[in-house]
Design a protein around this ligand. Structure first.
Ligand code: IVH
Length: 750
């Protein structure tokens, strides 16, 4: 009998776990653990089996590929088994692979490897007969998969008919079906809005989309395909994998544009580094790179195990997602008093960084995801975005975990918390008395795009608020050397520097000053537009709501169809001073909604007035707004801000302290200075890619994901990707990060 902790027991336990998780992953498309954790279980099992070969059984998960096919789809028997890949996690693993390959081939010089990104999607096999796509199948357990022909037919970049000539009569190719990141984000946003469960990652979303019994649902998901390996009939089209794939491409099958031939271990390592840098800039998710021996004859000599070929390996990146435990849920207070729920986590390393906090976005989101303290959750940290809790694992919830109660007091100031109707967010009602709001207001005021006060960071601000010396931004300009020296950690030199920075900041531009005020809803782009439209502060402070809203004629909500109905009704109405609502009570307008009556009456108090104006005057027509992007909500936020006595007095005090700015020059076309220009972005920038994109869009530019002849400018940040080469090849204008500031002011380079 085996003792409780014997290798046999451990092996059995691992197999049970792996089986369960394979089922969740392959069959249900709903994994409970991240891939990295699954890989770890598998690695432990392999390791144990290598040490105790007598314990290997035929049905061990190490001996086969994955999930049994889902029985809802017809089964397809693969002519050549669809294998998986061995994983390498370290340079040493990769070296061992290369050594093994050279030893088996009995070769000294570096091997040619075909390198590609490892797409995080799901494998499919496609069968073409006489050039026509006749079958698509998932991998299933490697020998049998599910038939998804109608589903793969909906994939837009996958040819239903091969182009050109020379294809074998029967051709099977394999590749990856995946969901580009933009589509993944849209899909999850939709799921959240409709109260559904978002997908944990793009791979699950792709699998869930492809494996829809109703192909019409698949068709609504913008899946994409890349061919990466050969099936029956494809081995003979060339003598190397690279040439074979290029041949497939000439027949219309998409292959990876990052594919590259590399030499030996050194070439593999360099490629891995390059892809690791490119990873965040790619429009789809990759979880590593794959190296494949390029010569097909060598591949045949190397052969395969029941589970993976000996001629290929996947070198994985550090994982971007993982599972950890929520220690507790806190609420952070922002500048405008919004309370953001944040999960404090048992620390976990994601994408190479230690993560101990993740955002839960807002109250509604927290409730929808139903995350509780003690829960095990999926956490994701992709690219340079803030780590987020994707979802909870309900099966792992402790029995006593309780839903987070709606906080009724602000954690920073104790003021009442409000949840406004129709708003997803909670707000502290403490306003200026809330120290957290004060700190955030000052941090914003001092920030680079606002007053740009160097040396005034988060910690300094916290000290200044806690001493009570600084309550609002104007107080900053009253600080003196002696006071500053009283702060912990402040030396003479830094005090002098801070005072000098404050002095310098007094001279600024209207746009910066406006942004620095921290008006709710007014970000950097809106501040600039407002500055250009109003020129100076007094004009803006005197504006009324009508100055913001687009001019309009007629009655809101009444189009040509309703106008006709109303007009016919007016014709049959009595003469005189009767009002529309009085008349409405007596005689209904056919097909007309009662809700429109107040709007109608506001414009035409009597039926006589309406009759005089004629039917055309009823039809609603909207003019161009004065400031594009400033609608009713933003207008109200601005008016509300300037209506506050406190805000007016802070502005007064700032002016009195010597803060001054150059008025903006109003320009006719200033709202959309980049209109008609198409931009593509590559590499990383100080701000998140999405923010940058939004700013360009707000200035009227188009932003596209890939470089083409129609691109006007390529915006290049740090560590640019392959788009740079392509743009160079096409002779497209390249702008570096140094051009950004001017660009965001709407100025194109000469
Ligand atoms: S080559 C014998 N190339 O990763 C299989 N696979 O974890 C040869 N994958 O089943 C596969 N990107 O579905 C290859 N560029 C790529 C790939 C890739 C993703 C998938 C493939 C495979 C899985 C193994």
């Amino acid at each position: 009998m085996a003792s409780p902790s014997s290798p046999a027991d451990r092996i059995a336990a691992l197999r049970r776990q792996i089986q369960y998780h394979s089922y969740r992953y392959y069959v249900l498309d709903d994994p409970e653990i991240p891939d990295a954790e699954f890989d770890r279980l598998m690695a432990e099992l392999r390791d144990l089996e290598a040490r105790y070969p007598a314990l290997i059984t035929e049905d061990s998960p190490t001996q086969k590929v994955g999930g049994a096919p889902l029985d809802r789809f017809p089964t397809v028997v693969h002519r050549l088994p669809m294998l998986s890949l061995e994983n390498a996690f370290t340079e040493a693993d990769l070296r061992a692979f290369d050594t093994r390959v050279r030893k088996q081939l009995d070769r000294e010089p570096p091997i040619d490897y075909l390198a590609e990104p490892k797409l995080d999607g799901l494998a499919v096999s496609l069968r073409y007969e006489q050039g026509r796509l006749v079958q698509g199948a998932t991998r299933g357990d490697g020998e049998r998969g599910e038939e998804v022909t109608e589903q793969v037919r909906t994939i837009r970049n996958l040819p239903k008919q091969l182009q050109g000539t020379g294809w074998p009569q029967v051709l099977e190719v394999r590749g990856e079906v995946f969901l580009p990141l933009a589509a993944f984000n849209t899909l999850n946003a939709q799921a959240r809005r409709s109260g559904g469960q978002p997908f944990a990652n793009p791979r699950n979303a792709a699998a869930g989309s492809l494996r829809q019994l109703d192909p019409r649902i698949t068709a609504q998901r913008p899946l994409a395909f890349r061919c990466h390996s050969l099936g029956a009939g494809a081995e003979s089209i060339a003598s190397t994998l690279r040439d074979a794939l290029i041949q497939l491409q000439s027949w219309g099958l998409p292959i990876s544009s990052e594919m590259q031939l590399v030499q030996g271990l050194a070439g593999c390592l360099a490629y891995y580094q390059r892809m690791a840098q490119l990873r965040d800039a790619l429009p789809y998710e990759i979880d590593g790179v794959v190296f494949k021996v390029n010569e097909l004859a060598d591949q045949a000599r190397l052969g395969a195990s029941s589970h993976a070929p000996h001629w290929a390996i996947a070198y994985k990146f550090p994982p971007q997602e993982g599972i950890t435990r929520v220690e507790r849920i806190l609420f952070q207070v922002g500048r405008t008093g919004a309370l953001t729920p944040v999960a404090q986590l048992e620390p976990i390393v994601l994408n190479g960084a230690r993560v101990s906090r993740a955002t839960l976005h807002n109250w509604d989101e927290l409730r929808r995801k139903d995350i509780r303290s003690g829960d095990r959750v999926y956490v994701r940290r992709a690219g340079d975005v803030i780590p987020e809790v994707v979802r909870v694992i309900p099966e792992k919830r402790p029995a006593d975990a309780k839903p987070v109660p709606l906080p009724d007091r602000c954690p920073a100031c104790g003021a009442q918390v409000l949840k406004l109707q129709g708003e997803a967010i909670l707000r502290c009602s403490g306003g200026l008395y809330c120290p957290a709001q004060r700190k955030r207001t000052l941090e914003h005021f001092a920030s680079r795009r606002a007053m740009d006060i160097q040396g005034l960071g988060k910690q300094r601000i916290a000290q200044l608020v806690e001493t009570g010396w600084v309550q609002d931004p104007a107080d900053l300009y009253q600080l003196d050397q002696a006071q500053l020296l009283g702060l912990e950690g402040m030396g003479e030199r830094s005090a002098r520097n801070l005072l000098a920075a404050l002095e310098r900041s007094k001279s600024t531009t209207f746009a910066r000053f406006l942004y620095a005020l921290g008006i709710p809803e007014v970000g950097w782009v809106t501040a600039r537009k407002l500055a250009a439209a109003f020129g100076d502060l007094d004009a803006l402070m005197q504006a009324t709501k009508a100055d913001f809203l687009p001019p309009h004629q007629g009655v809101r909500g009444i189009g040509p169809k309703y106008a006709q109905a109303v007009w016919e009704w007016v014709q049959g109405s009595p003469e005189g001073a009767i009002s529309p609502s009085d008349w409405w009570k007596k005689q209904r307008i056919p097909r007309f909604s009662a809700k429109l009556i107040p709007a109608l009456e506001a414009r035409f108090p009597t039926l006589a007035a309406l009759r005089e104006a004629g039917p055309a005057a009823l039809i609603h027509r909207q003019g161009k707004p004065r400031v594009v992007g400033v609608g009713e909500r933003v207008a109200e936020a601005i008016l509300g801000f300037f209506a506050s006595d406190h805000n007016r007095s802070v502005i007064q005090k700032l002016r009195a302290a010597g803060v001054h700015w150059q008025p903006a020059l109003p320009e006719a076309s200033s709202a959309q200075p980049l209109a008609g220009k198409t931009f593509v972005i590559t590499g990383t920038f100080p701000e998140p890619r999405e923010t940058l994109k939004q700013q360009l869009l707000n200035l009227g530019a188009k932003v596209r994901g890939s470089v083409s002849k129609r691109t006007d400018y390529l915006l290049v940040g740090e560590k640019p990707g392959s788009k740079l080469q392509k743009a160079r090849a096409l002779g497209i204008r390249i702008l570096g990060a140094e051009a950004l500031e001017r660009l965001l002011q709407g100025k194109l380079p000469d």
